[in-house]
Ligand binder design. Structure first.
Ligand code: MRU
Length: 331
């Protein structure tokens, strides 16, 4: 494999390295993800995460496995196991389906990485046109360079608007329970020098009421054919609040996140994670031991709450989505 480098994923030609996102922002530790079994464990514990990145990382692991001489049987088994590592982000299935039939797995993994970088550029180009000078922007979870091979989905759009000289201010939801906003988006925003403020998820409604936010931009793990979409739990609540306050709400995603086999949001599988993630964080526990907890990792936002969807190939309004535009542009 040719060497490649992104914010959370690196290949030095022999070994695939992933930045352990569970240790950010305090520690930048790179782990060997060359072996598919190791990669599955890294994906499951969210050391590598974000819909596009898990597809790219799984493909790179499989490409490395092939380059190291895996047999056809070993390769097929690893491909199937990686495909099942997490259930909601369809980018993982999309990448594994490509790798399954690839005649040259090393070249295919490389192409998936490079394509994701280009898709991020497309979303940034189209999405940044929406953002006006002086806007306050609200985002949820982490959708930047850590979640993709390129500059990101929603955070990539925000970054591009900042690079264009627009005076924006970003409000980042901390994103309970695993704090992807507080740990990862905050880390990226600081690195990029984008004016920003961290809030707890429960503060978003107040900000919207007080006219501090003119636009909401979020990522997606799977967009159904009708425009309903799954994203990190809490996104649906933000969409309801944005609608109540008349603030435009935009999911941002590459075509590889669109799943035309899902007719609507009800068909999207939602990952249920362990109860301990709600009772505490790391070694800290604040709820009584054994307290029952519910932990859906994602929720579904209906298309009715979407102002427009930013794809790599353009911006599509709710009206476009209602007449089935995704079947045309992603079919
Ligand atoms: O559980 P995670 O951290 O993988 O969830 C990530 C998100 O929900 C992102 O918003 C989504 O993957 C789209 S961003 C590229």
């Amino acid at each position: 494999m040719n060497p490649f480098d992104s914010l959370g994923l690196r290949h030095d030609g022999r070994t695939l390295w992933v930045l352990d996102q569970t240790r950010l922002p305090d520690e930048e530790m790179w782990l060997d993800g060359s072996d598919p079994e190791a990669m599955i464990a890294l994906i499951k514990r969210l050391a590598v995460r974000g819909a596009p990145l898990i597809g790219v990382a799984a493909a790179a692991s499989l490409g490395t496995f092939a380059a190291r001489g895996a047999s056809a049987t070993e390769y097929a088994a690893a491909c199937a196991a990686l495909r099942a590592a997490r259930p909601t982000a369809v980018n993982l299935m999309w990448a594994m389906d490509r790798m399954k039939t690839a005649t040259d797995p090393v070249a295919e993994a490389q192409a998936i990485f490079e394509e994701d970088v280009r898709l991020c550029e497309g979303m940034a180009r189209h999405g940044a046109e929406l953002i006006q000078d002086g806007e306050g922007l609200l985002t949820h979870c982490n959708t930047g360079g850590l979640a993709t091979a390129g500059i990101g989905t929603a955070l990539g759009v925000i970054r591009r608007a900042h690079e264009q000289g627009k005076r924006i201010h970003v409000y980042a939801d901390e994103t309970r329970p695993l704090l992807q906003g507080g740990r990862l988006t905050a880390w990226e925003l600081r690195k990029l020098g984008i004016p920003s403020t961290l809030i707890t998820d429960s503060m978003a409604a107040l900000l919207l009421r007080d006219d501090k936010v003119q636009r909401v931009l979020v990522g997606s793990d799977r967009v159904a054919a009708n425009g309903d979409f799954a994203n990190k739990v809490g996104t649906y609540g933000v969409a309801v609040q944005a609608r109540h306050h008349g603030v435009p709400f935009h999911p941002v995603a590459p075509f590889s996140t669109v799943d035309l086999a899902c007719p609507n949001g009800a068909a999207i599988p939602i990952e249920l994670r362990g109860e301990a993630e709600v009772r505490g964080f790391g070694s800290l526990r604040w709820a009584p031991e054994g307290m029952p907890a519910w932990n859906p990792s994602f929720d579904v936002t209906p298309v009715d709450l979407v102002t427009s969807l930013v794809l790599d190939c353009g911006v599509f309004s709710r009206e476009d989505l209602n007449v089935g535009v995704l079947t045309k542009v992603c079919g």
